[in-house]
Design a protein around this ligand. Structure first.
Ligand SMILES: [Zn+2]
Length: 477
């Protein structure tokens, strides 16, 4: 019988006959196999060859898919597989809407089946600070609570709060490690930092009081890059983060940083002058380089969003995550690159805008420095876990395929195999096959409906609320 396997294997040879599913699986250590790769032989018995625990783990997941399809009689087969990229990440935003420990673990479990190797955890933003650091209790005491919500259909004066204790974060990290996944914490700076600025007002640029934001957007309140004491404070925060998060990368943000306050701030202007910088963009380069330099002194590698490349002075050792790069600065950058394209990997946008086929057919090649991919789910309009499942699945499955397989089959084949395997993945609220690729005529309407339903304007929201449309069914909380 023909097998459906996702991600699609590098090599598969069908052999005659079947093997009883009860046969013992023999595991052979084979140093010639790629460090995340594996060889499976089903032919009278079941043998896995791998050079690492990760390889064995991935082989067992592939075997799980075979058993799911074959039942008692396993199709005899020879499979060889190894990943296209080492860095295969998915991102969860815990800031706009808090995501519980149980829900994070569920997402990690799903993603382990897809051989994701990195959980990128977005832990701080304008709307909330989530990691508890023992040395600085004010971060969660003040930064993790907001008293109003203005996120699309969620308009209320309810408290939205939540943070992770050190023990909870350690628990999640261990849970990920057991599934051969590393964890990259993201502390967003110098922009997207209102919750941090509310908790630690000395970091603010200019003389103003910053509030935790209660709606989505890009905000002018940013960390002062001129004040020398701020670097000490940020290093202290990163000390706390690095004590908890022991893997190699820390993401330090750098996206969507309006420079208005830096232009007006005497400290920032003095810094520009004293460091011989040309402008505020170069000041961002200086800021990110200094933070990354501190992390490097602790044996960590920094990741920044692609906007930091605009400075022209970004340290070449910093990894750049490309999400939106209209000037194509990433293409000629010498930095290591993570492909995270907004139009293909941002699964918090509706299927009408980013159909499954678009994710699957994407080639994550920016230049020769790409180390992998990252597919994010931002939570401005994700009010509950069911909606997160709906938005992520099966698009995360297609993204995983772009990261793993060197020779992925045509989309039609993937789609058929996926239909076969969806029950195996066990995702309760995944989108249904007729929702994966909305027909062209309805896509524009689906996009309008999405943006209408999340509009800040009540009248507009109500118009779209009254319009039934199955490509946006999860818009209704
Ligand atoms: Zn300043």
């Amino acid at each position: 019988m023909k097998l459906s396997l996702i991600p699609f294997p590098e090599k598969i040879e069908y052999l005659k006959g079947f093997t009883n599913a009860g046969a013992k699986t023999e595991i052979i250590s084979d140093r010639s196999v790629d460090k995340e790769g594996f060889i499976i032989d089903i032919n009278g018995g079941v043998t896995i060859r791998a050079s690492s625990d990760a390889g064995i783990f991935y082989a067992q997941k592939a075997l799980g898919q075979i058993k799911f399809q074959c039942g008692q009689n396993l199709q005899n087969v020879h499979i060889e597989d190894s990943p296209r990229y080492r860095y295969r990440a998915f991102m969860i935003d815990s800031c706009r809407h808090f995501v519980s420990v149980k829900e994070i673990k569920k997402m990690i479990e799903y993603c382990a089946l897809l051989r994701f190797s990195v959980f990128h955890w977005h832990l701080s933003d304008d709307q909330g600070w989530r990691p508890e650091l023992e040395e600085m209790p004010e971060l969660v005491e003040i930064g993790s609570v907001r008293y109003e919500n203005h996120f699309g259909r969620e308009q209320n004066e309810k408290i939205h709060a939540g943070f992770y204790t050190k023990a909870q974060m350690k628990d999640i990290i261990n849970f990920a490690h057991e599934r051969h996944m590393t964890v990259v914490p993201q502390i967003d700076m110098p922009g997207h930092s209102s919750a941090l600025l509310k908790a630690v007002p000395s970091l603010v640029c200019g003389d103003k009081k910053v509030e935790i934001k209660t709606s989505p957007g890009i905000f002018k309140d940013i960390i002062c890059a001129g004040n020398e004491k701020n670097y000490e404070t940020l290093f202290r925060i990163l000390d706390g983060i690095c004590e908890i998060f022991t893997d190699e990368y820390v993401h330090i943000g750098g996206d969507e940083v309006p420079k208005n306050q830096w232009t007006e701030c005497p400290n920032c202007q003095e810094r520009i002058k004293n460091e011989g910088l040309k402008n505020e963009e170069e000041l961002q380069g200086y800021f990110i380089n200094r933070i990354a330099g501190y992390l490097a002194s602790k044996g960590k590698k920094a990741i920044t969003w692609n906007e930091s490349l605009k400075s022209g002075i970004l340290d070449e050792n910093i990894t750049v995550q490309m999400w939106m790069d209209p000037k194509k600065l990433c293409n000629k950058s010498p930095n290591r690159m993570i492909a995270s394209d907004f139009y293909h990997y941002y699964v918090d946008y509706p299927y009408a805008m980013t159909p499954l086929k678009k994710v699957y057919n994407y080639e994550p090649i920016i230049n020769g420095n790409v180390i992998g991919i990252d597919t994010p789910v931002w939570t401005e309009y994700i009010y509950d876990f069911g909606r997160m499942e709906y938005m992520c699945f099966p698009r995360f499955i297609a993204a995983a395929q772009t990261a793993w397989s060197k020779n992925k089959p045509a989309y039609s084949q993937f789609k058929n195999e996926l239909k076969e395997l969806m029950p195996y993945f066990g995702i309760k609220n995944a989108a249904k096959p007729d929702e994966w690729d909305p027909p062209a005529y309805s896509r524009i309407f689906g996009i309008i409906k999405h943006f209408g339903a999340v509009s800040p304007n009540k009248i507009v929201r109500n118009i779209f609320k009254a319009t039934p449309h199955n490509y946006c069914r999860a818009d209704v909380p």
